[in-house]
Design a protein around this ligand. Structure first.
Ligand code: TXA
Ligand code: MG
Length: 316
């Protein structure tokens, strides 16, 4: 099948909603990356997500809501959680104690007593959740362990046209949501993402701690090797060599091989937006190695470097 088209591609939110309401999967755009959506209350539909992604069952899904009211039916919000939720809609996922009677099957939350929730800041995503009338379970719409998709085309390529995609153009943020666990009066960041700790601290006036990395895996999906292109990835390269494809940042160097520049003006927001798309492109060029320029560690650089380190990690 042509990866660029599937026979039943939904052209409208209503068509996508009908697919999901009937218990099937449909990919949809969010402001971060494309999600692979299922009715979160339908155990069979949620299971199908794990199957088509090849995702380990111990790795729970983010449940997408259209309103705080919908979210409050699924989890218990402390006053601090309510305050953080004022940043919704946005690229922020909250891990909260699950309500025991929330209607979510165990497979959606991997049997944990917490649930990860977010309200995406994307018109089509919100309309889709409203139209289905139920929360949507949605991981990034890529085969497990591979690059996340920021366009409908990359979703079709990743799954060989096996899932319908509601096309909403390119995603604004380009990296996944930031995941925060609310622990009493503390906010702990489990995954760096599209909203930086600095921006959250500024908006909330509350410190956001970085999770300690040396213990057990805190967000079960934070496997060391992840976001892997087919090419090998080398980091902090200032002088790429023969055989490399180069992912530059800042002023474009002279380099004869395949090259993309995350942001010629060294803007981290632009770099985040381009990250997965450019890795996809260099990978599609057939590069054996992708050499990546150093990226500053502040602000959104935290999320960008996290994804790059996982892309470069030894593969299982
Ligand atoms: O931006 C995003 O967050 C995208 C879009 C589609 O919303 N979704 C996304 O989903 O990145 P996924 O499945 O690729 O990553 C979800 C992460 C995993 O690392 C998972 O382990 C973690 O969220 N997670 C889910 N439930 C959790 C929980 N109860 N406690 C801790 N981590 C959890
Ligand atoms: Mg993912």
């Amino acid at each position: 099948m042509n990866a660029s088209q599937t026979p039943d591609e939904p052209k409208t939110v209503a068509a996508a909603a009908q697919i999901i309401a009937s218990g099937r999967l449909c990919a949809f755009p969010t402001e971060t990356v494309y999600g692979l959506g299922a009715d979160a209350t339908n155990a069979d539909a949620v299971l199908a997500i794990y199957e088509i992604k090849g995702r380990p069952r111990f790795n729970p899904l983010i449940i997408h809501c259209a309103s705080v009211e919908m979210a409050e039916r699924l989890a218990v919000f402390s006053p601090l959680a309510r305050k953080v939720a004022e940043l919704w809609p946005g690229p922020l996922t909250l891990v909260l104690p699950a309500r025991p009677d929330n209607g979510l099957p165990d497979v959606a939350t991997a049997g944990l007593d917490t649930v990860a929730l977010r309200i995406p800041d994307h018109k089509l995503a919100l309309e889709l959740i409203e139209a289905v009338g139920k929360p949507l379970a949605a991981p990034s719409a890529n085969p497990s362990g591979r690059l996340s998709p920021t366009t409908a085309y990359q979703v079709r390529l990743g799954f060989g046209g096996r899932v319908p995609v509601l096309d909403g153009g390119a995603c604004r943020a380009g990296v996944e949501s930031t995941i925060i666990r609310v622990e009493g009066d503390r906010l702990v960041q489990l995954r760096a993402g599209a909203i930086s700790r600095e921006d959250m601290e500024l908006a909330l006036g509350v410190r956001v701690e970085q999770v300690e990395k040396d213990g057990e895996i805190v967000a079960p999906g934070m496997l060391v090797s992840h976001y892997a292109p087919a090419a090998l990835v080398r980091l902090n390269v200032t002088e790429p060599g023969p055989g490399d494809a180069y992912l530059a940042f800042g002023p474009t160097p002279k380099f004869p091989g395949p090259m993309r520049n995350l942001s010629p003006s060294a803007d981290l927001r632009e770099a985040a937006q381009n990250l997965f798309a450019m890795l996809h492109e260099l990978d599609a060029d057939g590069a054996r190695t992708i050499a990546v320029a150093p990226i500053p560690a502040e602000g959104l650089g935290e999320a960008i470097n996290d994804r790059l380190e996982r892309a470069a990690a030894p593969r299982p």
